[in-house]
Design a protein around this ligand. Structure first.
Ligand code: CP3
Length: 356
């Protein structure tokens, strides 16, 4: 006899659009330089060392869980890690961010990418997940993640960050066959990587398409949607909730939904009620406090929190988060205050909230 059990953790309930006792909160980039505990580890180890030593990745993942009281943990890793076994020479340079010294610019470059055995070559990520599942309480689910093919492909083609994505988009427009071949390689790698994370124990996954807002909707449909869709289709067979996140996506939300995701992550430029109008009722939403509101005086911060909660409305299927990652100089006490505000303002007195 199989009994389908409803998840208990409020984060997983919200992913499934079930009623919750309080709106769940977590933050993109909740582990990082704004925390003294992170800086202490970072003073001794590079970012890649932290990612590659499971005990360190576990410790850093748990820091915000202990310090902030968030409702989910996100595995400490980076969207660019899966590029390393492809043969990409990746470094994180202080004040510059990621730099790739052998960017992909041609069909020959795509074909030279190495085949990847995720279980072996990204074993350190999977090991961190297994340890974390033993350490986290059931009330704090573990989120795994990967970058989406477009966003990861942009770093790979540009050789680092970019404002315009001129190199990536010119490859996309001038040599669509090579573009699609690269997106295919990345979709396969990202699918394998996320499935391995799920097998290792993550309880939800987020696909970060952080820079997809650089695209016109028709270009999104032609050059990106089929590849992201393939990833979500493979994941849907696992039953693990999926979150699809991007920024500057006001004109892309319905297409992102079409590509997939049980939850759509929305940035701060787009009020959640407007987002929901585009998205319809059959997905949950995540977001979307402006990360810079965390620098505001407390009453202003509180107004911004209220604005997000009011736009989300008193309906199931909202996960409180920022509209993008926490900035490195954010005061940690303000982050903690947001967790407390959201929990206090959304607390449901009755244990049996009405459904409907
Ligand atoms: O959210 C978390 O707490 C988990 C850890 C996490 C990191 N990167 C660690 C990290 C996550 C989810 C990411 C995702 C990521 N990485 C994205 C998508 C999210 C987003 O912000 O849009 C992107 C685009 C990257 C690529 C990347 N990694 C950049 C552009 C940079 C440099 C910018 C910066 O903030 O320094 C990184 C480095 C990085 N990844 C840091 C952290 C904590 C800072 C590194 C440090 O300690 O020096």
């Amino acid at each position: 006899m199989s009994v389908i059990k409803e998840p208990q953790a409020r984060f997983l309930r919200a992913c499934n659009r079930l009623p919750v006792d309080r709106t769940p909160v977590w933050f993109m980039r909740q582990a990082g330089r704004y925390m003294a505990e992170y800086r202490a580890i970072r003073a001794e180890h590079s970012l890649l060392e932290i990612c590659r030593q499971p005990e360190l990745a576990v410790e850093v993942t748990l820091q915000p869980v202990h310090s902030l009281g968030v409702d989910a943990a996100i595995l400490f890793a980076d969207i660019l890690l899966p590029l390393i076994p492809l043969g990409v020479d990746l470094a994180f340079i202080k004040d510059e961010g990621p730099v790739i010294s052998n960017p992909v610019r041609s069909r020959a470059d795509v074909e030279a990418l190495h085949p990847v055995e995720v279980e072996a070559e990204l074993a350190y990520v999977l090991e961190a997940i297994r340890i974390l599942r033993g350490e986290l309480p059931d009330s704090v689910p573990l989120i795994g993640f990967a970058g989406a093919p477009f966003t990861v492909g942009c770093y790979l083609i540009e050789g680092g960050g970019s404002r315009t994505f001129a190199q990536a988009k010119s490859l996309m427009y001038s040599d669509p066959d090579t573009w699609h071949a690269l997106m295919q390689r990345l979709s396969k790698l990202i699918t394998d990587y996320l499935l391995a994370q799920i097998q290792a124990g993550v309880q939800a996954v987020q696909l970060f398409d952080s820079w997809v807002g650089a695209l016109h909707p028709e270009d999104y449909r032609e050059y990106v949607l089929p590849h992201s869709e393939q990833i979500f289709q493979a994941l849907s067979e696992t039953g693990v909730p999926t979150i699809h996140f991007g920024t500057a996506t006001a004109t892309l939300l319905s297409l992102m939904k079409e590509a997939g995701g049980d939850v759509i992550g929305v940035d701060w430029r787009m009020p959640l009620d407007l987002a929901r109008r585009q998205l319809g009722k059959d997905v949950a939403v995540q977001g979307n406090l402006d990360p810079t509101a965390l620098f505001a005086p407390r009453p202003t911060l509180e107004r911004h929190v209220d604005r997000v909660l009011e736009a989300a409305g008193n309906k199931p299927g909202h996960i409180f988060n920022l509209g993008h990652g926490i900035l490195p100089t954010t005061p940690v006490e303000n982050v903690r205050a947001v967790v407390e505000m959201v929990h206090a303002k959304t607390a449901v007195k009755s244990v049996e909230p009405s459904r409907g």
